[in-house]
Design a protein around this ligand. Structure first.
Ligand code: HEC
Length: 119
């Protein structure tokens, strides 16, 4: 499917930007509330920030179709962990499924980080 191909290409771009452009954790201390969320921050910078933006506000790449969610919006903050974990596991239109790529533990860490994002 075309959409799948587009998402794959974006993921490659995100991966490249993530590998080369992110100083791994030099500035990580500020927003990190727990060891869990600071690990999640590294995962987020590498895999999620390309679409969701460095601060999760949904200001990364825009593709045709649904825009990346603003993860700091009240609508997302109100959703239970279980709902967000399902989205991260299964993906959405324009969002890849992460279950084969990240471990359950990594997905928990990245959600812990999302929960610390400033509104
Ligand atoms: C290729 C772009 C892309 C990447 C990479 C991406 N997302 Fe998404 N994400 C989206 C889009 C687009 C939506 C909204 C889908 C919709 O509204 O149907 C979304 C929605 C979400 C939601 C649901 C928000 C809500 O309010 O229900 C969560 C949580 C989320 N993403 C987390 C992540 C995490 C964590 C990562 C990294 C592991 C990630 N995303 C990587 C595009 C992306």
């Amino acid at each position: 499917m075309v959409k799948t191909a587009v998402v794959s290409i974006v993921m490659i771009i995100v991966a490249c930007v993530g590998w080369s452009g992110m100083p791994s954790d030099a500035s990580g201390a500020a927003g990190a509330k727990t060891p869990e969320s600071s690990k999640g921050k590294r995962i987020f910078s590498r895999h999620c920030a390309g679409c969701h933006g460095a601060e999760g506000k949904g200001d990364g790449y825009k593709l045709l179709g649904p825009d990346p969610a603003n993860l700091t919006a009240p609508a997302t903050r109100k959703k239970p962990d279980s709902a967000l974990l399902t989205t991260i596991h299964e993906g959405k239109p324009n969002m890849p499924s992460w279950k084969g790529i990240l471990s359950d533990h990594d997905i928990q860490s990245v959600l812990a980080y999302i929960r610390t994002l400033p509104h």
